[in-house]
Design a protein around this ligand. Sequence first.
Ligand SMILES: O=C(O)CCC(=O)C(=O)O
Ligand SMILES: [Fe+2]
Length: 395
Amino acid sequence: MEHNGTPQPSLPVLDLTSVSNPNKKPILLEQLRSALFDIGFLYIKNHGIPQQTIGNLTNLLPALFDLPEEERAAMSKLNSPHFLGYSGFAEETTLGKQDLREQFDMATELPVVLQDPSTSTNGDVTQAYHSRDFTKLYWRLRGPNQWPSESSLPGFRKAFTDYHDAVQELSYRFVHLIEEAFSIPIGTFDHFFGLQPSTPTTNDATRTKSRTFLPPQHRLKLLKYPPAPPDTAASGNQGVGAHKDSSGWLTFLYQPSPEPGLEVLSSTSTWIPATPIAGTFVVNFGNAFEAATAGAVKATTHRVVAPGPASPTRYSIPFFQGLPLDMTVSEVQSYIPEHVRQMRGSVTGVESEAQTFLDPRWDELGESQLRKWIRSHRDVGVKWYGEEVVEYYTS
Ligand SMILES: O=C(O)CCC(=O)C(=O)O
Ligand SMILES: [Fe+2]
């Protein structure tokens, strides 16, 4: 990237203590609006999550990734129809290239809601679902995590659960702030998350449209980007290739290590570093948000440059705020007022995946979610959903 001496644009940092300060709140909302309608990436500080809740999880990351190979393999995603579990180094690809990272996919701990038909057919679900309504297969995305044993990693389950609960709560608070920035009633989106609206809405249109949803499953990744092995010059430095987030509504990323790497594509097609700032979360918006706002708020393209051979390991934890699987994009769009959609600017970056969300076949969010997971982990898809279903979602 060339800077040619021009000062580099930087991402806005929002101080959430201003939420409870009537003098500062209008400025905060203005900053939020400009982040929403402009770059689509921001930091938040003074978010209210105790540093200890964060540290209890982040301090365990090195030990988690240092678990014996057999223990990590025992938690493989291949065991999970919910696409939850471990993927080894460079097992994922973005833009046809290997991502030089290792990861545990985790989620809100939930019971299975769709009975697993593979228990009687040895993994072949095509018989059970043959010429049936594939759409409801997406309920299989809901299910429990694979946990390391308490004796191998004492305290991990509690640390993860506390962290999950705290970021979930922050994410709901932040959605209220977005509602304020959009000038729509606070609580408009509450029922998306299985919450009762926090403020009784006076808007009749909104009330009649509301229906009840199951509390959603939020997805998290525990990520490790080790220093690139010196002999892998050919495989480059792609920690994760340029992409837009497709797993949720908003993303809340914690960067525990000072090691940089995350970069955000600006509207002038330059890469802006999202350097770790201690104690902050980086917030950005997923494809579903872009689709819902008709492109007014962008799912901004970003990537991670892997640490060089002499650099320390980088860890990160994105939290992808979930939406109900049986909610449709058109339904979400109906909550976004025209004045918000009017803010639409130019969409830049990799090909707009928001189009996928506007394809009527994938109108239910569960459809685009299952499609996304099957496309990125075809082996898991074949094992648990069968060739026919994988064909359906990948062709
Ligand atoms: O590791 C990071 O900082 C970002 C990861 C990311 O963008 C993703 O997994 O979607
Ligand atoms: Fe991402």
